[in-house]
Design a protein around this ligand. Structure first.
Ligand code: GAP
Length: 458
C-alpha cells in the first residue's frame, strides 16, 4: 500500500465531508479538542472496538470483560497515585499567554535528541534558559517557571454546597479492572493467570491536546490487565508485546509503519514498559503501551481499602498479590492510525484521482453498498438491500452517476459495491465490485450473504 499521500489536513477534511468525524459542538464555534463521530465514524469505531474485544476477550483463554463506573470513590485515585503524581510540567508564555509542556518544548527544540523524560523540572528549566527556547506560538522568550499540573478533571458530588465532595472523571479505565479483581475472580472462578478487560471513556485535562483525535481531553481506552504470579511476569510481558503487535498486523498495518519503543523513564509502579509507535501523519508517536505494573496496584488498593486482595492458589494454598501486565490502547488513537494507514490517493487510467480507504473489511462502516444502475431498478435494489441489512450494515445509494457513487463508497472504505442492472431482473445476478482492485464479478443474489460474511470476517 502506498504511503504517505496522507496529511492530517486531508484526513480531517475527508472525515468532516464523509460523516466520519465532526468538530465537537461545531454550531457554537466548537469546543477545543473535542470531536463527534458521525454516522460512518461511529460504525468504524465500533468495529475497531469489536475487533479488539473479540481478540482479547472472546478468543482469549481466561480473559473476562467488565464495564466499570467512570466516577469512582476518590480513594481509588489516592491509592493509584493519580492525585499526587498524575501531572505534567506546565509553562506559560507571559507574552501570548499560551500554555505548553516543558518536556514537549525541549523535545521539539532538540529535534528529539534530548530526552526530557530523564530530566527533573529544574533541569528542564535550565535547558530552556540556556538554549533560549522560545514560545512556538509568538516566538518570544518570556516564560513562567515550571508548575506541575494535575491532569484529572474534577467534579463534585452532592446536592448542597455543604455536602459537596470532590470526585474525578477517571483518567484511565485500568482502576476499574483492579478494584473488581476479586469480584471477577470469585464469580468466574478464574485461576491465575487470568485477564480483565474493559473498553470505556477516560478524561484528561491535557495541556497540549491536538493532532486531531490523537490527543484529546475525552477519549476511549481499551485496556487489558493480565494477573499473574511474580516470576512469570517477564514471560507474559513479552507475550503481550507480541499479541499487541500481531493484532495490528492482522488489522492490516504494514510492519514498516510500526516500531517498539522502550520507556526511558519508568513510572513509579512499573518494572518494564514500552510503546508500539506508529508513523502517524505528524511523525512517529505512541499508539499503545504495554506495562509491567508489578503488584503495585493491587497492593495499594489492599492498603487503602483495607480489603484483602490476596489470591489463594486453590491447588497449593499459596497466598500472594498477583503481578499485572497491562496492555492499553486508545480506541480513538487506533482509529486515527487505521484511517492514516488506509488512506490513499490513486491515479486511475485517464488521469482521474480516487481517494480510497483500504482498511480491513471488518472495520468498514458498511460491508457493501447497493446501487441500482438506473432509477427504475430501485425497487429491486431496495429489496436486495433490505435482505442484506438483516445481516450487515449496508449503504443504499441511487443518486448520481454510477462512477460518482463508486467514488463516494471508496472514500469511506466500503469494501464491495453491488450493482443492480437489467440482468438482475432476468436472472437474479448482480455485479460485485471490489474496492481495492476495482474488479467486478457476477454473483447470484443468493450467494451474497455468504460472500460478504466470509470476506468481512476478522
Ligand atoms: N492505564 C495505562 C494508561 O492509561 P497511557 O499510556 O497513559 O497508559 C494508554 O494511555 C493509551 O491510551 C495510549 O497509548 C493512547 O493510545 C491512549 N491515550 C492516552 N492519552 C490519550 C489522549 N489524551 N487522547 C487519546 N488517546 C489517549
Amino acid at each position: 500500500m502506498a504511503k504517505k499521500t496522507v496529511t492530517m489536513d486531508k484526513l480531517v477534511a475527508l472525515c468532516k465531508n464523509r460523516g466520519i468525524i465532526f468538530p465537537g459542538s461545531e454550531i457554537y464555534g466548537g469546543m477545543g479538542n473535542t470531536w463527534d463521530y458521525g454516522p460512518v465514524g461511529v460504525e468504524i469505531k465500533n468495529n475497531i472496538k469489536r475487533a479488539w474485544w473479540k481478540r482479547f476477550v472472546q478468543e482469549s483463554e481466561n480473559s473476562y470483560g467488565v464495564d466499570a463506573a467512570i466516577l469512582m470513590n476518590s480513594r481509588v485515585w489516592e491509592a493509584s497515585g493519580h492525585t499526587t503524581s498524575f501531572s505534567d510540567p506546565k509553562m506559560d508564555c507571559k507574552e501570548c499567554k499560551s500554555r505548553h509542556r516543558a518536556d514537549n518544548l525541549i523535545e521539539a527544540h532538540s529535534k528529539g535528541k534530548v530526552n526530557p523524560d530523564l530530566m527533573t523540572n529544574e533541569e528542564m528549566e535550565q535547558y530552556i534558559q540556556e538554549h533560549h527556547v522560545c514560545c512556538p506560538v509568538c516566538g518570544k522568550f518570556n516564560w513562567t517557571g515550571i508548575r506541575t499540573f494535575n491532569l484529572m478533571f474534577e467534579t463534585s458530588r452532592g446536592v448542597t454546597d455543604e455536602s459537596q465532595n470532590k470526585i474525578y472523571l477517571r483518567p484511565e479505565t485500568a482502576q476499574g479492572e483492579f478494584v473488581n479483581f476479586l469480584n471477577v475472580q470469585r464469580t468466574t472462578r478464574a485461576k491465575i493467570p487470568f485477564g480483565i478487560a474493559q473498553i470505556g471513556k477516560a478524561f484528561r485535562n491535557e495541556i497540549t491536546p491536538g493532532n486531531f483525535i490523537f490527543r484529546t481531553i475525552e477519549f476511549e481506552q481499551m485496556e487489558h490487565q493480565w494477573f499473574c504470579k511474580e516470576g512469570t511476569d517477564g514471560e507474559y510481558y513479552a507475550e503481550f508485546k507480541q499479541r499487541a503487535w500481531q493484532f495490528l498486523l492482522d488489522l492490516g498495518f504494514n510492519p514498516e509503519h510500526l516500531r517498539f519503543k522502550d520507556h526511558d523513564k519508568l513510572a513509579h509502579y512499573a518494572k518494564a514498559a514500552c510503546d508500539i509507535q506508529y508513523d502517524f501523519p505528524m511523525g512517529w508517536s505512541e499508539l499503545n503501551g504495554i506495562h509491567n505494573r508489578t503488584d503495585y496496584d493491587l497492593s495499594r488498593h489492599q492498603e487503602y481499602s483495607g480489603k484483602s486482595l490476596t489470591y489463594v492458589d486453590p491447588v497449593t494454598g499459596e497466598k500472594y498479590i498477583p503481578y499485572v501486565i497491562e496492555y492499553s490502547i486508545g480506541a480513538d488513537r487506533l482509529m486515527l492510525a487505521v484511517l492514516s494507514e488506509a488512506y490513499d490517493e490513486e491515479t486511475l487510467e485517464g488521469g482521474d484521482v480516487r481517494t480510497v480507504l483500504h482498511f480491513h473489511p471488518a472495520l468498514a462502516a458498511y460491508k457493501a453498498a447497493v446501487l441500482p444502475l438506473q432509477k427504475n431498478l430501485a425497487p429491486k435494489a431496495k429489496e436486495i438491500a433490505s435482505m442484506l441489512k438483516k445481516h450487515f450494515p449496508i449503504s443504499y445509494d441511487e443518486a448520481g452517476s454510477i462512477g460518482k457513487r463508486y467514488r463516494r463508497q471508496d472514500e469511506i472504505g466500503t469494501p464491495y459495491c453491488i450493482t443492480i442492472d437489467f440482468d438482475t431482473m432476468e436472472n437474479d445476478t448482480v455485479t460485485v465490485r471490489d474496492r481495492d482492485s476495482m474488479e467486478q464479478i457476477r454473483l447470484n443474489v443468493s450467494e451474497l450473504v455468504d460472500f460478504l460474511r466470509e470476506k468481512c470476517a476478522f
